[in-house]
Ligand binder design. Sequence first.
Ligand SMILES: [Zn+2]
Length: 274
Amino acid sequence: MNTYATHSVCKTLIALFTALNMFTNYVSFFTGGNDRGSAGDINGTTIVITLFVSDVEYGWSVKNNEDIERIDNVNEYLSIAGDYLEEQVSNYGGEAEFITDFITHEDLAYYVRVDRNMENVEFERDYDANDEVMWSNIDEYIDVDYLKEKYQADNAVFLAVFNTDVNNPAITCTRNWYPGMESDNEIVFLYYIDYGMVNPPAVYAHEILHTFSAPDLYTTNPEFGITQGTIIGIQNKYPNDIMLTCSDLRTGDYVYDRITNEITEITASYIGLI
Ligand SMILES: [Zn+2]
């Protein structure tokens, strides 16, 4: 659930993209950013483009039944997250639509192979290199503008999913946009299993909210004015905010068929709903 916003360094990496559907080699254009990055206002229509990334450690195979089941789960968790975000936004009088279903819409999912360990992120430069390898392939093979036009979408969010097991040392995180970032594409790095647990729909929604500028509420962040004192206040007043916790407040467990956390007024204010 980490977020990070550091500048990237260039690294030369080899990567290969294979689309689930027939690939047309579109040239991609990026329309430039705004203060909130490529995912701007949560009101409007957002497409989530899912990248199933195979790296040197973990891979996806559509011939493996367990992998197929996980891919179906990702689609289901994304659907729950999208419906949840639409409902929560409507509670504040907004109107958001999330298009996430890559089984119905085949051009919203891609298989990606990278010649790199995407879980070995002990250093800041590893995160930067992970971004680089994803950005370069998105730029080369996915026409984001075409997809936004096709789906009449205002925003596009990328979800890179890794087929990890309980030995995975990496933690799900999101590359937040910052002024001067070399690509507008904000990527959620979603490890299917991290901390020994399968990530539930709440984590998918939490990460997508990062791309709309919602900060984590469990850790200090001077950029967003979140101090140790603020965190204690948030824990008391908004204990079920989805940016504070993705576990069910009552049981302390993850739930997989719904999201029981809320966008409370603090997160609503960070993403511009109030
Ligand atoms: Zn987070």
